[in-house]
Write a protein that binds this ligand. Structure first.
Ligand SMILES: Nc1ncnc2c1ncn2[C@@H]1O[C@H](COP(=O)(O)OP(=O)(O)OP(=O)(O)O)[C@@H](O)[C@H]1O
Length: 938
């Protein structure tokens, strides 16, 4: 139940001069300034008064000084205002409040003859506000009759000489009593009515019964206070909510001084009582205006009855009636003073809702229903608004020759849509590129760490700290891997947002194409696209700069390492040479090092594809927005890792094919058992040139490279055997899994290794014997393997160097290749067990022998367990190394045996091992070598 504090609304109505007043030629003491202001006792405009030819300023020089009081009220009605005007302004809102459940009252105040009864009741031609109010009341009741049930009862009382009389029944005086509802007139029976006519009839009856006597001021002076009340009881049909309200309309008796009525006898007594009650009313108004707590309502029956209207739960309107005539100067002044005081009175109003005994559940149900209804209506409003908007747009689009104003509005709408679309695109692009850039930087760091790790395996003084260092590096790589994995979700999210913004832009473009402003808007779109491209270029530039900086740092480090290494190598070389301990293997390595240093392309470490891949490492993606949007997986442009083949032990992973595509291509070729030349980078054709170049090197040595057994560069899979797959592959996204294509690359290494058949060749003694008889094995192509070829294989140190490598042997059949290779090894007196181990790691395909890694030899580093899911290609390297070491151990053992047999003078069954520079087939070769190397045996 809401409560509200409101002031009494005070209106002043000035009646016209009556005939009697006009006869007396009175002065107008009221000047209405506007609808809420009047001036009491203003200057006279043309009121010149001459006495003995002299103009006097005051006509009534004995009585008054002009007050010129400006007074403000809620409403001021001048003498032209009709009862209908009063009703419209003061009473209509009051009727509305009554229907909303608030008690309301209106009372008219003023001296006798000021127009109170005229305002209240009016006449046939000009009905008063009572009639008009009741009419409006019934109009509203009828309009609400479907949702509410009304019970209406009326009472009409008069307070005459302090007696309360019922004007409708002519019964005796009634007593007033007070209960919890306020002041109640005992024995008052409400007359129930059903329509306005009944009400007006009863009103007329009451008026007839009202005490009226002619006075000097008014021929039909009302000598009592009349109180007309309409009691309304409303019941909401739906909810059962009840309201009981009361509208009181009070026509007070004249507030004049006794002198003005010139009453004597009964009239004097009447006047005294009237004055008594009005004096009490005045007191109450004063105290209420001052905000006092105690209000003397009980001083008169009138104030008791008006208690509710003045200080209770009621919205009250007071209409002060005044005459403009100077003849009623004091009465008018008093009335205006009362009205000013009454303005300050505040009443507290609240809706008079009668507590009902409707069950709570019913009310809850009703509330829920209304909430649903509200939601439904809201949705409908939203729908209608949308429809309206569309219609407006359609109308705007369809209207021939739209006005400039319309175009401007339309253009603004389009521009704001374009702006918001491109803003979201810009944001998504910035985030996406930042994430990709970060990912690439991380990948690059991993790559560099891997390289460092590879070098660390080689450059270790005694190996004591190697494991520790490797573990640290692995942990660092893992951290980078985790960072990349962590930002995958973010990247996917921004990718999706970017795609979404592209879709929105395309949709917008289509809409714009249909728009009447298409030409202008297309230009704006082009500009926005250019902005996006510029932003993209800026972001790429930043990324490339960052990458370049990192590379530059790394390069600097490598440079320092190389300078130091070169120094050490030079010293060692000189030392070995002076000791005549420079063997072929070491010499070959040094030779390659020189070539590398000279940037010679004879030996290619990365094929063209790989170089392209390297370029791609820096490139974020293609430059078009669409390409960025279509980047479904970072792995598409992730960093590929260089091979670990250059592990410094002379083993021969000379080059790798980089990139997933290259790997896939290779894989397919391996699977079908054939392999074409373009994928390989053979040394065969370039060997002459290389040798010529090498001869000019500081490491002078006779040319000893076999021409019949050519080294073939290959990669078992994308990125090579030892290449590490991109980090992003280690934590494949769902998308990547679904695609299933990229994962193929991930597992290329393992898959290929698994698929390779590892022939187990058991070399029996008989076989060895038979093979040992063949001095020169016949190649399947018909060529006779020359001596040089045998020399390479024959050299036990060469076995070590060929481990983990791929060799071309001139044969189209695997069996022949295997046989040929076996022959070479057997002829080299390789121990059968070693031979078996070597061949177990070898696979023959397409005339090519590959020493690969068997699955059982793969080991997972315990440090990897529980860490990132990265494939441990490093184990491949270890296994290869172990394979090499088996052979090398064998070689050393043989070397020892050879020394022992030489020193012990016993003739060994095994061939005499060669000295470091004893790998020559003839003395001329050796001499040539010594000549070139500057070794002069003394
Ligand atoms: N605004 C008005 N326009 C025209 N005539 C008016 C107006 N106000 C009052 N009169 C006339 O003035 C006379 C006195 O008015 P009314 O009876 O309403 O005075 P009153 O204030 O009720 O006096 P009392 O207190 O003695 O009853 C009536 O004849 C009435 O028609």
């Amino acid at each position: 139940m809401s409560t509200d504090s409101r002031k009494i609304r005070v209106a002043v109505r000035v009646r016209p001069f009556n005939e009697r007043e006009l006869e007396g030629n009175p002065r107008n003491i009221i000047k209405v300034l506007d609808k809420s202001t009047l001036m009491f006792d203003p200057d006279e405009d043309e009121d010149e008064f001459f006495f003995h030819g002299v103009k006097l300023t005051h006509r009534d020089i004995t009585k008054r000084v002009k007050k010129k009081l400006t007074m403000e009220y809620d409403d001021v009605f001048d003498n032209t205002a009709t009862n209908n005007d009063i009703f419209e302004v003061c009473m209509k809102p009051l009727v509305q409040s009554v229907m909303n459940g608030y008690n309301c009252s209106v009372f008219v105040y003023g001296a006798t003859g000021a127009g109170k009864t005229h305002t209240m009741l009016g006449n046939e031609t000009c009905p008063g506000i009572t009639f008009l109010t009741v009419k409006e009341l019934f109009r509203q009741i009828e309009s609400l009759s479907e949702v509410r049930k009304f019970d209406i009862g009326i009472s009409y009382l008069e307070v005459y000489n302090e007696l309360v009389m019922n004007l409708l029944t002519k019964s005796g005086p009634l007593k007033l009593r007070e209960d919890s509802h306020g002041v109640v007139v005992s024995g008052l029976v409400l007359k129930q009515i059903h329509n306005a006519t009944e009400l007006l009839e009863l009103l007329a009856l009451g008026n007839r019964n009202r005490t009226q006597h002619p006075t000097d001021a008014n021929a039909e002076s009302s000598r009592s206070h009349a109180i007309f009340q309409v009691h309304i009881r409303m019941v909401e049909k739906k909810t059962g909510q009840k309201r009981a309200v009361k509208l009181s309309m009070i026509d007070l008796a004249g507030s004049e001084r006794a002198a003005s009525t010139k009453g004597v006898g009964i009239r004097f007594k009447e006047g005294a009582n009237i004055n008594k009650s009005l004096l009490a009313l005045g007191n109450c108004i004063n105290k209420l205006a001052d905000g006092l707590k105690h209000i003397p309502y009980r001083d008169s029956n009138l104030t008791r009855i008006l208690k509710d209207s003045l200080g209770g739960n009621c919205q009250t309107v007071m209409i002060a009636n005044i005459s403009p005539s100077s003849l009623t100067y004091d009465d008018t002044y008093n009335t205006l003073k009362y009205a000013s005081r009454a303005k300050k009175i505040r009443t507290t109003v609240r809706q008079n809702i009668v507590p009902s005994n409707v069950p709570k559940e019913f009310l809850v149900k009703k509330v829920n229903e209304q909430a649903e209804e509200l939601e439904r209506l809201r949705a409908k409003v939203a729908d209608l608004e949308e429809q309206l908007r569309k219609k407006e747009q359609e109308a705007a689009a369809a209207a021939p020759g739209p006005s400039l104003a319309l175009n401007a509005t339309l253009l603004n709408t389009w521009v704001s849509r374009i702006d918001s679309c491109y803003a979201s695109m810009r944001q998504a692009l910035q985030h996406l590129i930042a994430l990709k850039s970060k990912e690439k930087l991380l990948n690059m760091r991993v790559k560099l760490k891997e390289q460092a790790e590879t070098i660390a395996r080689i450059v270790t003084l005694d190996g004591s700290h190697l494991n520790e260092d490797i573990a640290k590096m692995e942990a660092s790589v893992d951290r980078c891997g985790k960072q990349v994995a962590n930002q995958q979700a973010d990247k996917t999210r921004w990718q999706e947002r970017f795609r979404q913004s592209l879709r929105s832009r395309n949709a917008l473009r289509k809409e714009i194409a249909q728009s009447e402003l298409a030409t202008v808007l297309k230009g704006i779109l082009t500009g926005k696209d250019a902005e996006i491209e510029a932003l993209q270029a800026t972001l790429y530039k930043e990324h490339v700069l960052q990458m370049s900086f990192t590379y530059a740092q790394e390069n600097k480090l490598w440079h320092n390492i190389m300078v130091l290494s070169g120094d050490i190598i030079q010293q060692n070389y000189l030392l070995l040479r002076s000791m005549d301990r420079l063997d072929n293997v070491t010499y070959d390595k040094l030779k390659r090092l020189v070539k590398l240093n000279q940037r010679q392309r004879g030996v290619t470490f990365f094929d063209d594809d790989c170089k392209q891949q390297d370029r791609n490492d820096i490139d974020l993606s293609s430059n078009s927005l669409d390409d960025i949007a279509n980047l479904s997986d970072c792995s598409e442009d992730a960093v590929d890792f260089p091979p670990d083949g250059e592990d410094g032990d002379g083993s021969t992973m000379l080059s790798v094919v980089g990139g997933a595509a290259g790997g896939a291509m290779k894989r397919s070729k391996l699977n079908d058992g054939s392999e074409s030349e373009p994928e390989t980078c053979s040394l065969q054709g370039d060997s002459a040139k290389e040798d010529t170049a090498t001869d000019r090197n500081i490491f002078k040595k006779p040319k000893m490279v076999s021409r019949t057994m050519s080294f073939k560069t290959t990669s078992l899979a994308g990125g090579g055997i030892l290449s590490r797959p991109p980090i992003s592959r280690r934590t494949p996204t769902k998308q990547a899994k679904a695609m299933g294509k990229t994962t193929a690359t991930t597992t290329t290494t393992a898959t290929v290794s698994h698929r390779l058949k590892v022939p187990r060749l058991v070399v029996s003694q008989a076989m060895m014997d038979s093979l040992s008889k063949k001095k020169v094995p016949q190649s399947p192509s018909g060529d006779i393997a020359d001596k040089n070829k045998l020399n390479v294989s024959d050299d036990s140190s060469g076995i070590g160097s060929i481990a983990n490598s791929t060799f071309d042997i001139c044969s189209n059949k695997d069996s022949e290749t295997e046989s040929l290779f076996s022959n070479v090894l057997v002829e080299s007196n390789v121990d059968p067990q070693v031979l078996d181990k070597v061949l177990r790691r070898a696979s023959m395909k397409g005339g090519k022998m590959t020493l690969s890694v068997s699955k059982e030899n793969r080991k997972k580093s315990p440090k990897r367990i529980g860490k990132s899911p990265r494939t441990v290609n490093r184990s491949t390297s270890r296994t290869n190394s172990s394979a090499s070491s088996v052979i090398n151990r064998y070689r050393m053992m043989k070397a020892k045996d050879g020394q022992a047999s030489t020193s012990g003078g016993t003739s060994a069954a095994l061939p005499k091992p060669r000295a470091a520079n004893n790998n020559f087939d003839s003395d001329s070769d050796r001499n040539r070598h010594n000549r070139l190397m500057g070794i002069v045996k003394k």
